[in-house]
Design a protein around this ligand. Sequence first.
Ligand code: ZN
Length: 135
Amino acid sequence: MRRDPALLVRAVVPLVADLRASLGPGWSCELVASSAVRVRDGAGLDVTGAVDETFDPQLSLPRGALDSSWRDEALEEEASHTLVGLVQELVTEAGGPWPGCALHPGSRPLMVCSFTWLCPDHGHGVAPFGGLTAP
Ligand SMILES: [Zn+2]
């Protein structure tokens, strides 16, 4: 199934806010022709990763999502997961796991679930997606 590029674009906005709040004002990410995401730190780092233009709804969406009334939310969440995962990989390769949990240093990086950053090792919410604050 083809991913809607508009959903990826929408996910960039909170992601840039979270990069800047947690890592510094020079950080940014942007889509390049809907098929790649570029991450920069404003100080020389400039890395790009490919975004798959298609995905398997069987694997990536909750069961029944495509026929449901919450189809749009499910697709938007899938797009944001994809983008967050890629940017996390790029940032992690460049400088270490991102974003960390302020309460649990050394645990696995936060993950986005239902548009909320969660601490996966300790099972608590940290901030809404787009609402991370400085560590
Ligand atoms: Zn935590």
